[in-house]
Design a binder for this molecule. Structure first.
Ligand code: UGA
Length: 467
């Protein structure tokens, strides 16, 4: 059955959700306080880069199933299902999440709800938030307790947002345990096509649904930091973390996905979510349970400084005057998002230490320039690599994975490549005369092979002697 749906917030989450709900055949209105975003989306343009989404957006605008507005009154009048997809960023100077955008939606929407309606939260929130919102809605809405509040966390990844929304691994719905109401039935109608596909559907209480999301992101962050910690040990011992990940990943209990060592995780979700999780656990008196996440965060941040150190070593011990080409600025490929991007952070640190840094990213240049206006940005790989002393690949875009080492030989000043995502073929680069420095593996190349092998052996000898 076709339902009338409103989606509040038109960022990555909200815009994708609105377009995908229309793709499922529902009538959808996307709501945002930013008239610029609303105007762009209504005109079939995306305010951010997300593969495949623009087609879904345009198809549904054209079919008359999707529109955008800044008017809460219009949305409240039109829809009885209201998804909340606004951001919950990290509070300035604190670990906790800033819930002001969610509060603003509820405070403006609830007084407009005069008849039976459903509010479904999708944003990532600290456990306990939806229960507080449920009470607030019942106080503020003229329809009172007939407005049901439930939590339906979103698990989409940037770069795969459409796929993840239309074919998620699971659907989780948190409902008021004492008064479950009708929301489960309504949600089954909204996601009918997905449920018919056999996608697992878990109905829980509100707190569990909120926690499922934060726990999932905390686990993913931990998995990445685990392999990055192994990379540190591999670097100290001369072992190879990629082979190690392949080997342990064959154990189905461990699994190979999300075991890619590199310069660590960034973006608008994992870093702030683990911090908000620690902050909330502290408020609940359960801080000890999550102290390990502080270490997960530390390992992750260390990746960035380590990369800067390796780049410094690679150009002869000092960055002053070195010309560094940085390939990649987005926090991951197929995204123009540079929020807490390890790549951009490393580029910035290199520049602060005296290097002359040129950055190229296929999609994220505009966003990067806004955050780091002092870096130099180029329009192509060749442009930023010209005359460089070292190339750093920091985001694993396909364009970089496919680079031909031979074609760059005459472009650079020194043939040194640092692969911050272990995404290049070491053999191809070394056989074309490059010094190749990956993450968690010995460097290879004319001068480095011996240097790294010797220092790893020296360290091993020292530690044996010390025993
Ligand atoms: C993450 C989660 O994966 C989603 O399930 C979740 O819905 C989303 O956050 C969210 O909370 O909204 P996303 O931030 O889009 O999604 O990015 P990921 O694919 O998780 O990557 C995060 C970071 O980890 C990137 O910087 C990536 O380069 C890094 N990463 C990922 C690694 O360093 N190694 C890996 O093996 C995998």
């Amino acid at each position: 059955m076709t339902r009338n749906i409103a989606v509040f917030g038109t960022g990555y989450l909200g815009a994708t959700h609105a377009a995908c709900m229309a793709e499922l055949g529902h009538q959808v209105i996307g709501v945002d306080v930013d008239p610029g975003k609303v105007g762009q989306l209504a005109a079939g343009e995306l305010p951010f880069y997300e593969p495949g989404l623009v087609e879904v957006l345009r198809r549904n605008l054209d079919a008359g199933r999707l529109r955008f507005t800044t008017s809460y009154a219009e949305a409240a009048e039109f829809a009885d299902i209201h998804f909340i997809g606004v951001g919950t960023p990290q509070r300035k100077g604190e670990f906790a999440a800033d819930l002001s955008y969610i509060d603003a939606v509820v405070e403006e929407l609830a007084p407009l709800l005069t008849s039976k309606a459903f509010i479904l939260g999708k944003s990532t929130v600290p456990v306990g938030t939806s229960e507080a919102l449920r009470r607030k809605v019942h106080d503020l809405a003229p329809a009172g307790k007939s407005v049901e509040v439930a939590w339906n966390p979103e698990f989409l990844r940037e770069g795969y947002a459409v796929q993840d929304t239309l074919h998620p691994d699971r659907i989780v719905l948190g409902v008021d345990a004492l008064n479950p109401g009708l929301v489960e039935e309504v949600v089954r109608e909204v996601y009918k096509d997905l449920l018919d596909e056999g996608i697992p559907f878990l109905v829980t209480d509100l707190a569990t649904a909120e926690l499922v999301k934060t726990a999932a992101n905390a686990f993913l962050a931990t998995k990445i930091s685990f392999i990055n910690a192994m990379a540190e040990v591999c670097e100290a011992s001369g072992a190879d973390v990629t082979v190690l990940a392949d080997a342990i990943g064959h154990d189905a209990r461990i699994g190979r996905r999300f075991l890619n060592a590199g310069i660590g995780f960034g973006g608008g979700c994992l870093p702030k979510d683990i911090r908000a999780f620690m902050a909330r656990a502290g408020e609940l008196g359960a801080d000890q349970a999550l102290t390990f996440l502080r270490e997960v965060d530390n390992i992750n941040m260390r990746r960035r400084t380590r990369m800067v150190e390796r780049a410094k070593d690679a150009v002869g011990g000092s960055l002053i005057g070195a010309r560094i080409a940085v390939l990649g600025a987005a926090f991951k490929p197929d995204s123009d998002d540079v929020r807490d991007s390890p790549a951009l952070n490393i580029a910035g640190q290199l520049q602060l230490q005296g290097a002359s840094v040129s950055v190229y990213d296929p999609k994220a240049t505009e966003n990067s320039r806004r955050i780091f206006p002092t870096l130099t940005y180029g329009a192509s790989v060749n442009e930023v690599c010209r005359g460089s002393d070292a190339i750093l690949v920091l985001t694993e875009w396909n364009e970089f994975k496919r680079l031909d080492p031979v074609s760059l030989v005459d472009v650079v000043r020194q043939r040194v490549i640092l692969d911050g995502r272990n995404c290049l073929s070491q053999q191809d680069w070394v056989s074309s005369g490059w010094t190749y420095i990956g993450v968690g593996k010995p460097a290879h190349g004319p001068e480095w092979q011996d240097h790294w092998a010797n220092s790893a052996i020296e360290r091993q000898v020292e530690s044996v002697n010390a025993e």
